[in-house]
Design a protein around this ligand. Structure first.
Ligand code: BG6
Length: 485
């Protein structure tokens, strides 16, 4: 990291799942690639569990080795990285633990001869949102550095940011009283994915797409997330939130913004986020007949899920955008757990060619597909002449598969990229407060109806495509099944 001033990264909730599986491995990858130099970075783990430094290190070690391999050199790197981590135990709502934490951080800064006002402190809240307000208050009261010489204090928070518009606004207000917006980094890890980051480049750096990206040419857009496993040990959390809050209101809606927004004035984070807010505000209220919910058979067998749970594990929701570019074009957001495959993709379907002289349209329409995962790729489905003596047509593909095109290039993990952005102070790929509000405004009425039991999920088989009604909705929204899909 090029900025000067020693850097302390404080992982709150250090013994929890998110920290072990995502935060520490991401930090380790940054360390491995030389972004975190051991002479200028120290990592502090903080949690309630009373364990020693070594116990924390041992808990994390396995997750780091998974990603790094186990040659002697790799194991040595892991050990060196682990030595950067110090653990402090304390509660999330009493000053004592945070004073101790501050003492440790200051001690480290002092040992590096850091000039007061130039140190950098990054607090990563790998915690449930219920404790965000108290933890933020503790940080504010006990752990702030002076920042007059270019130093800073930043906090990183993870979803779920609230459960609906009201609770999200309350949370935002509580945190907003303590920290300014430029200090708050709301992570949505989908914004760290390679092909999501590529969307702006694709749309605004290619002449091909500029004239086509509108209601005159595009028939419908699908943004799809599928997982081939269920809630697996997360039933308690999941049942409280459901698939709309877990995936659609955040991850898929962020992707939607990047597909549907207007061209920003520049690449400045505020310009980009201004456009995202505008397109979110142009979404009209969701109609009940444009929603299909599902719950997979067996979901309620999870002992942490209530027997009468009404929580959807699958949803297809059609969004309609009321603006000049998109009037009449359905954006179909679909997400499901326990389906037949694991995939996330954007599928843009173009309208039929007017006056088709080849009568080829029943073979399928033009589609542009961006596969976010697995196996990142983009491909265009187009009609070509079937090679041979006959003048017949066939659907084929122009295919850009990253694995082939960029052989040997490692695509960074989303968290890795986003943590680096927080250190660099780049908020482009983070969710701004007004953006969050606009996102909740779209889904809150529907979520309330689900919570009140007014809208119920249909049952679908584990390992299936989800409820058949979702395919029917897709058809009603004008999606034409493409040959071979
Ligand atoms: C998380 C959700 O935000 O994203 C999980 O809480 C989901 O339920 C995960 O499994 C999916 O992330 P990815 O990067 O594996 O697509």
């Amino acid at each position: 990291v090029s900025e000067t001033g020693c850097l302390s990264i404080i992982v709150l909730g250090a013994s929890g799942d998110l920290a072990k599986k995502k935060t520490f491995p991401a930090l380790f990858n940054l360390y491995r690639q030389g972004f975190l130099q051991s002479n200028e970075v120290h990592i502090f783990g903080y949690a309630r569990t009373k364990i020693s430094d070594d116990e924390l290190r041992n808990r994390i070690r396995g997750y780091l080795i998974q990603g790094s391999g186990s040659s002697d050199k790799q194991l040595e790197e892991v050990s060196k990285f682990l030595q950067l981590i110090k653990y402090i135990s304390g509660s999330y709502d009493s000053g004592e633990g945070f004073q101790l934490l501050d003492k440790e951080i200051s001690g480290y800064e002092f040992s590096k001869n850091t000039v007061e006002g130039s140190s950098r402190r990054l607090f990563y809240l790998a915690l449930p949102p219920s404790v965000y307000p108290s933890v933020c208050k503790m940080i504010k009261n006990n752990c702030m550095n002076k920042s007059d010489l270019g130093g800073w204090t930043r906090i990183v928070v993870e979803k779920p940011f609230g459960k609906d518009l009201g609770s999200a606004e309350q949370l935002s207000a509580q945190i907003g009283e303590l920290f300014d917006e430029p200090q708050i980094y709301r992570i949505d890890h989908y914004l760290g994915k390679e092909l999501v980051q590529n969307l702006l480049v694709l749309r605004f750096a290619n002449r091909f797409f500029l004239p086509l990206w509108n209601r005159d040419n595009i028939a419908n857009v699908q943004i799809v997330f599928r997982e081939d496993f269920g809630t697996e040990g997360r039933g308690g959390y999941f049942d409280e939130y459901g698939i709309i809050r877990d995936i659609i209101q955040n991850h898929l809606l962020q992707v939607f913004c990047l597909v549907a927004m207007e061209k920003p004035v520049s690449l400045k984070p505020e310009h980009i986020r201004d456009e995202k807010v505008k397109v979110l505000q142009s979404v009209v209220p969701i109609k009940d007949e444009e929603v299909v919910l599902g719950q997979y058979k067996g979901y309620r067998d999870d002992p942490t899920v209530p027997d009468n749970s009404n929580t959807p594990t699958f949803a297809t929701v059609v969004l309609r955008v009321h603006n000049e570019r998109w009037e009449g074009v359905p954006f179909i957001l679909k997400a499901g757990k326990a389906l037949n495959s694991r995939k996330a993709e954007i599928r843009i379907q173009f309208k039929d060619v007017p006056g088709d002289i080849f009568k080829c349209q029943k073979q399928g329409r033009n589609e542009f597909v961006i596969r976010l995962q697995p196996l990142e790729a983009m491909y265009m489905k187009l009609t070509v002449k079937q090679p041979g003596l006959e003048m017949s047509t066939v659907q084929s593909e122009l295919d850009l598969s990253y694995g082939q095109r960029y052989q040997g290039v490692t695509i960074p993990e989303a968290y890795e990229r986003l943590i680096l952005d927080t250190i660099r102070g780049d908020q482009q790929h983070f969710v701004r407060r007004d953006e969050l509000k606009a996102a909740w405004e779209i889904f809150t009425p529907l979520l309330h109806r689900i919570d009140d039991g007014e809208v119920k999920p249909l049952t679908y088989q584990l390992g299936s495509r989800g409820p058949a009604e979702a395919d029917q909705l897709l058809e009603r929204a004008g999606y034409v099944q493409t040959h071979g899909y």
